[in-house]
Design a protein around this ligand. Structure first.
Ligand SMILES: NC(=O)C1=CN([C@@H]2O[C@H](COP(=O)(O)OP(=O)(O)OC[C@H]3O[C@@H](n4cnc5c(N)ncnc54)[C@H](O)[C@@H]3O)[C@@H](O)[C@H]2O)C=CC1
Ligand SMILES: CC(C)=CCC[C@@H](C)[C@H]1CC[C@H]2C3=C(CC[C@]12C)[C@@]1(C)CCC(=O)C[C@@H]1CC3
Length: 346
């Protein structure tokens, strides 16, 4: 006779735990007394209390040992948006997430918390204080967003309140903080190449940037409030800093903090957007001959020139969420964490 070990409620697995958000999540879970299994295609650190399982999440057999006897799974793995590789996004975010759900169900995992993205409803038009009932983007602006939509639908539809797997999706927006491989490094690289002199549009558009520790806090609250009778089951939740800021003020604060000049000259939004579309098409056509990746993609230009900020009232109401770190504090901790990206650093 086989007896199923009752998983300890302080055990969990983080798929994508070697990444930027994943590692911050792992560190906070350890602080809160969890023992953590990390599953990732790469191992980027070692920590006491963490067991690493290296593998591709599309491979169910590789996933099994990491998810065995674990009641709670966080899924925050994804290829980087900048890769713009449609086949890879489809394989990892869609097929891979199906595999994760199957593995969780077969192994008797009780809760699955997905890191989705607020961009699942964004298609280039202004979003002001958007709530979770905005429909998914009918025309997603890039392949990353297209597959994040499919991924979120799969996870939310898998929620089974009758004794099966419980699921919830967290939708962060513009995550920043120490060790972020994306926002600050791309910004600094663009500034070093002399391309951060211009403000796209009139510069008054408000957006959400969310400090990574607040995003982590939202994930842990969601996991702890997810129960068969709770409103969280099968629902998405925005997690933001609740302090929308002008896109170009945020960029300027980070740039100036690191010793670079803030952008000053204005360019018309439609002109830059049109140029970005042309460049994107050119890159697509020339792909078999030369590989070049434009810095100003249509998605980035749209993000830089439109309003996109979201309400986190539902998370406040249903899980008692409130940001723990203010934007000012988050920016200063982020800037201090990048001495190697400072202007003039070797
Ligand atoms: N960074 C941001 O501003 C935002 C991120 N998100 C979401 O947050 C999550 C985490 O993003 P970040 O930490 O920024 O990215 P990241 O690139 O730092 O971390 C992603 C991790 O997933 C792992 N991974 C990728 N493919 C895998 C595979 N096939 N099998 C196993 N592991 C795999 C990578 O190795 C990496 O460690 C992602 O789901 C992303 O879509 C959502 C909104 C905003
Ligand atoms: C215009 C320009 C080149 C600005 C540099 C900063 C950008 C690289 C970031 C500004 C907003 C960021 C953002 C994301 C990636 C990095 C930025 C474009 C996401 C697309 C990452 C993945 C998501 O789920 C949504 C994010 C929205 C904000």
């Amino acid at each position: 006779m086989t007896t199923r070990v009752r998983p300890s409620s302080k055990r969990c697995a983080v798929i994508g735990g070697s990444g930027f958000l994943g590692r911050h999540l792992v560190e906070k879970l350890l602080e809160r007394g969890y023992s953590v299994a990390v599953f990732d295609i790469r191992q980027s650190y070692e920590l006491p209390g963490v067991t690493f399982y290296q593998g591709d999440l599309c491979d169910k057999e590789a996933l099994r040992p990491a998810l065995k006897d674990v009641p709670l799974v966080f899924h925050c793995a994804s290829p980087a948006p900048a890769s713009d590789d449609r086949a890879l996004f489809q394989r990892v975010n869609v097929q891979g997430t199906r595999t994760v759900i199957q593995a969780c169900t077969e192994l008797g995992v009780q809760k699955l918390v997905l890191t989705s993205s607020a961009s699942v409803v964004y298609e280039g038009a202004d979003i002001k204080n958007g709530t979770e009932d905005i429909p998914y983007a009918a025309k997603p602006m890039d392949y990353y967003t297209e597959t994040k939509i499919k991924q979120e639908k799969l996870v939310l539809q898998a929620c089974d309140k009758e004794g099966g797997l419980l699921t919830v999706a967290i939708r962060p927006h513009g995550i920043f903080g120490p060790r972020d491989p994306q926002l600050v490094p791309i910004l600094v690289d663009t500034a070093r190449r002399g391309k951060m002199k211009f403000i796209i549009g009139d510069g008054t558009n408000l957006v959400d940037f969310t400090f990574v520790e607040n995003v982590v806090h939202g994930h842990i609250l969601a996991a702890e409030h997810l129960r068969p009778e709770s409103p969280l089951c099968g629902k998405p939740y925005h997690i933001t800093n609740d302090e929308p800021i002008r896109f170009w003020d945020f960029m300027s604060k980070v740039l100036v903090g690191l010793g670079y000049a803030a952008p000053r000259y204005h360019l018309p939004y439609m002109l830059v957007y049109g140029l970005a579309m042309l460049l994107w098409l050119l890159a697509l056509l020339l792909r078999p001959l030369v590989a070049f990746k434009p810095t100003f993609t249509p998605m980035r230009v749209a993000l830089a020139g439109t309003h996109h900020y979201y309400s986190c009232e539902a998370a406040k109401r249903d899980m008692g969420y409130k940001p723990l770190v203010s934007l000012t504090e988050g920016i200063s901790r982020t800037v201090e964490s990048y001495p190697h990206l400072r202007h003039g650093a070797p």
